[in-house]
Design a protein around this ligand. Structure first.
Ligand SMILES: [Zn+2]
Length: 207
């Protein structure tokens, strides 16, 4: 263990764990989160910090680009996490949390150079962002003052929400109003979170 990890863990045990012993005791055998968050693997995104959430409150699935893949073909850890969150944990909310300066959303515009490593798995995975890419390009084509990357990040959140609605068990719960789907775009530099409005189809600041 390097110094940073050792000091970090030591601080957790001495401070956080000691101060929250009852919480960890209560959580030791069961989790009952009511919210699932699907977000990017990006090291700058810390959902628990943004939401001031305690252990046990949010069920998190992370992948490069905070993507919800299509239900079919159903293969992969994101689909498994969604299935477990909805059918076993009965979460009441699923938040797709995208963010500013997302490397995944920028990478799909990048042309591979000879001196760069091949990223076969990344490239394959990011095909999930193609729908968002074309939607963003269409908007920028109509108005060149718009930011292509930010639009791609936001369209990617919306297409992930749309795909979530195609998961049969999510669809059933939506019809019965037992689950809510939420789209958030987080600006790393300012801390601003923008919420997607399904009526206006725009993102606007939560606060
Ligand atoms: Zn990202």
């Amino acid at each position: 263990m390097d110094k940073l990890q050792k000091e970090g863990y030591s601080k957790f045990i001495k401070k956080y764990f000691e101060e929250n012993k009852a919480l960890f005791e209560a959580l030791s055998n069961i989790q009952k989160p009511d919210t699932m968050i699907i977000t990017c693997s990006d090291s700058r995104i810390n959902p628990a910090l943004i939401l001031d959430a305690q252990p046990g409150e949010i069920f998190i699935s992370r992948n490069i680009g905070n993507v919800v893949p299509a239900y079919q073909p159903s293969l992969g850890s994101t689909q498994a996490a969604i299935e477990y969150a909805v059918n076993v944990l009965n979460v009441k909310k699923i938040v797709v949390l995208g963010h500013s300066n997302c490397g995944a959303c920028a990478h799909i515009y990048h042309e591979h150079q000879e001196d760069e490593p091949l990223l076969d798995h990344v490239d394959d995975w990011l095909q999930n962002i193609n729908t968002a890419k074309s939607a963003a390009m269409l908007e920028v084509h109509a108005d060149e003052s718009k930011n292509l990357f930010e639009l791609t990040e936001k369209h990617n959140i919306v297409s992930s929400l749309r795909r979530l609605m195609e998961y049969p068990y999510v669809q059933e719960r939506l019809v019965r109003k037992e689950i809510d789907l939420i789209g958030w775009w987080y600006d790393i530099g300012s801390g601003t979170v923008e919420l997607y409005d399904f009526n206006t189809r725009h993102f606007s600041p939560v606060l």
